[in-house]
Design a protein around this ligand. Structure first.
Ligand code: HEC
Length: 451
């Protein structure tokens, strides 16, 4: 892989759109004159990259604003595609190259070679190539089928959200509600998938789900995150020997972000009715927890950067938060999902080993956007193993200046809070809690695999 040129390049603006449109006209004229390799044509390779990585959202009924299913649809957008891809803004998965663990499950990032091919193709005037070659259509899962049904059959439990009507044109909408799981005994999750029902796929941008249990006073208390969904994600398997618990009498808190996507573009003025998102859960057999290590997905706050417990960012100012967490037993870190809003620019996860004084960088996201929420799932063989006492160091950076392209107003004081204009500073982290024996075994397995 080659080096990324500049992952920090700013977002496209309306001005850019205009420039891109003019540039598109210019490219047409130069296209014929330019020599290009066969791979740098739509039918020679670019079409496959787009079908494999973009069409899941950029299609009729997808969340993307334009459709990329055919050459005719793609071609006018080639300059804008080139820019968004070169800046690594599309596909929408901000996770830094060359820093920390790069082996992730469900990684949407393009290879640098693919980015270079798209840029070269756009610069050459976005040629079709051999017109007799057909590009294989995108291989998209059936939105009405559960992805894991082939492996595990139908889900043991389906938890639907309440139906929600969305106008086909208009602003973003959020829906938050509690739904009971109806479980009467504790069960370990084997697999979980979130799936918009039918047409809802066109309007559901992403959906987070948390598990709540009833506390002693009857109030619901957060037990941990269940899973997250964004179009293009097909589910999660916690893995063998691991128990991600869904407790008896638990409730799911849905947090669904909707906006009129593909349907809105084609059905102006209409109402997209009865949108429902479902979580399908497959369970291990009852009692599985006895032979498995407990995995939880919890929120880790970063109090250190707060002032008297409050996050305060002055107008035109910057702030950094830092938080620490250590465990009194060995653990494996299975995922990392930082959280912040419009002023957050970057987040990182490090491990500090007090016995050696060494700090290891695990993950960095330096081009954060609150539009997309990704839980970065480490490959099982790459997930960091921490001895007891090692410290997780979570850092987040906030930029309330005009340099931050997501900043709606640099003149505002920004405080910690849950509204979009407030800020947050925490991360969701999935942790498998090991004992010495389990830790030593995993270490030995890795040593063996690397020899
Ligand atoms: C998971 C869904 C998803 C995937 C995958 C995806 N996009 Fe997008 N794309 C979106 C959404 C939603 C928007 C509109 C919001 C935004 O710009 O972030 C968008 C916007 C765009 C835009 C318009 C930007 C602008 O300035 O108006 C371009 C160009 C684009 N995507 C290209 C691509 C390309 C090329 C790929 C594949 C390499 C891709 N996208 C993959 C969802 C997706």
């Amino acid at each position: 892989m080659k080096k990324v040129d500049n992952p920090q390049v700013k977002r496209a603006s309306a001005v850019w759109l205009g420039v891109a449109a003019i540039a598109a006209l210019g490219f047409q004229a130069s296209a014929q004159a330019q020599e290009h390799s066969a791979e740098q044509t739509y039918t020679g390779g670019i079409g496959r990259i787009i079908n494999d990585n973009c069409v899941v959202c950029h299609r009729d009924g997808g969340v993307g604003p334009m459709q990329f299913e055919t050459y005719e649809q793609v071609r006018p957008w080639a300059p804008l595609i080139s820019m968004r891809v070169a800046n690594r803004e599309m596909p929408p998965y901000a996770y830094d190259q060359h820093i920390g663990i790069q082996d992730l499950q469900g990684d949407w990032r393009l290879e640098q070679e693919e980015i270079d091919a798209i840029v070269g193709w756009a610069n050459a005037g976005a040629p079709l190539g051999d017109a007799d070659v057909t590009v294989a259509a995108a291989d998209l899962p059936d939105p009405n089928q559960w992805t894991f049904a082939k492996e595990f059959g139908q889900p043991d439990l389906i938890i639907p959200s309440s139906p929600y009507d969305i106008p086909s044109t208009g602003n973003d909408l959020w829906s938050k509600e509690f739904v009971s799981t109806g479980l009467t005994e504790d069960r370990c999750i084997k697999a979980v998938q979130v799936k918009p029902r039918g047409d809802a796929a066109a309007v559901v941008h992403h959906a987070n789900s948390d598990v709540y249990i009833e506390g002693e006073d009857g109030q619901l208390e957060n037990y941990g995150q269940l899973t997250e969904y964004a179009m293009g994600k097909w589910g999660e398997i916690p893995g063998d020997g691991v128990c991600r618990m869904m407790p008896a009498n638990s409730h799911v808190l849905w947090d669904i972000h909707m906006f009129p996507g593909g349907v809105g573009a084609t059905a102006k003025g209409e109402m997209i009715e009865d949108n429902v998102v479902e979580i399908g859960v497959w369970f291990h057999e009852p009692g599985y927890e006895q032979s498995a290590y407990n995995q939880d997905l919890r929120l880790y706050g970063m109090r250190e950067g707060y002032q008297n417990g409050h996050l305060i960012i002055p107008p035109n100012g910057t702030v950094m938060t830092q938080g620490f967490h250590s465990f009194d037993h060995p653990v494996r870190i299975d995922s990392f999902q930082p959280h912040g809003h419009l002023r957050m620019r970057a987040a990182s996860l490090e491990i500090y080993y007090p016995e050696t004084g060494r700090t290891e960088q695990i993950s960095q996201i330096s081009n954060w956007s609150a539009t997309w929420h990704h839980s970065h799932l480490y490959d099982r063989d790459a997930a960091p193993l921490l001895p007891a006492g090692a410290v997780l160091v979570i850092k987040q950076w906030y930029d309330n200046t005009a340099d931050n392209p997501n900043n709606p107003d640099p003149e505002q004081w920004v405080y910690g809070g849950s509204r979009t204009g407030d800020e947050m500073s925490h991360a969701w982290i999935a942790v498998t809690h090991l004992d010495d024996e389990g830790y030593e075994k995993l270490l030995a397995d890795r040593m063996q695999a690397s020899n």
